[in-house]
Write a protein that binds this ligand. Structure first.
Ligand code: SF4
Ligand code: SF4
Length: 234
């Protein structure tokens, strides 16, 4: 996002709408920190500017990734899906991708108010190589070389997003190992780190919840509960 300084009256009305505080006041001007701006479009869509000073120039690769991960109304060309993850991660009853005995992970870096650098996303992705099966429809997966765990285009490292979600799964047996890898790599992440775990109920309990508690984690069962109204699991 850019500000047309010829039109800007420095009224500051747009500043409060930016979720990452990228709009700043300088000496006699209001400007957008281009490194912090995640191209979410919120300032423009808010209609806060009555002087036609905010404008969105066409975004080119790799900067366009910022809007694809930060503006929920823009689809990822890699997957055709809007947003940062996949719908089935939340419901599991469309594809049944998480089978009995498996553990799914959604690892989110960043949130409104802080955002994430793609360097941090790469650190976590690389730590998981060889340990999990990455979700192929997830837009983060698409960016990576799955053997090296590095971005296929190194220029992606210079980008930021409101947040990015890695989706993957492994077996319950390997789940503890993955948890400990995530615990270790999370120490290197310079943003909010959120871990969602998916595990199917068996004999009226969630088997991996107990395993997590034994490992010193404090799982909070405050996510979505699937009552199985979708297509029967394969
Ligand atoms: S596009 Fe989003 S991140 Fe960039 S200045 Fe506007 S509100 Fe802030
Ligand atoms: S709302 Fe428009 S005129 Fe006011 S500071 Fe922001 S860009 Fe400038």
């Amino acid at each position: 996002m850019k500000i047309d300084e010829g039109n800007c009256t420095r009224c500051r009305s747009c500043i409060i709408y930016c979720p990452v505080s990228a709009i700043k006041t300088g000496e006699n001007r209001v400007l957008i920190d281009q490194d912090l701006c995640v191209e979410c479009g919120v300032c423009l869509k808010s209609g806060a500017c009555k002087f036609d000073a905010l404008h969105q120039p066409p975004l080119e690769w790799p900067r366009i990734l910022r809007s694809q991960f930060s503006d929920p109304l823009i689809s990822h060309p890699s997957t055709g899906i809007m947003g940062r993850g996949t719908a089935e991660m939340k419901t599991n009853d469309v594809t049944g991708r998480f089978r009995l005995g498996e553990v799914g992970f959604a690892i989110e870096m960043g949130r409104p108010g802080i955002s994430t650098s793609m360097v941090d996303v790469e650190k976590v992705f690389k730590a998981l190589i060889g340990e999990v099966e990455f979700e192929p429809l997830n837009p983060v997966t698409y960016l990576f070389d799955l053997e090296e765990g590095e971005f296929r285009d190194p220029r992606v490292r210079g980008e930021r997003a409101l947040s990015a979600i890695i989706e993957c799964k492994t077996t319950e047996e390997n789940g503890v190992r993955v948890l400990n890898i995530l615990r270790e790599v999370s120490e290197e992440i310079d943003t909010v780190f959120t871990l969602c775990v998916v595990n199917r109920c068996r004999d009226h309990e969630i088997p991996f919840k107990r395993v997590m508690e034994e490992e010193g984690f404090t799982p909070r069962i405050n996510g979505k509960t699937n009552v199985g109204l979708g297509r029967p699991l394969a």
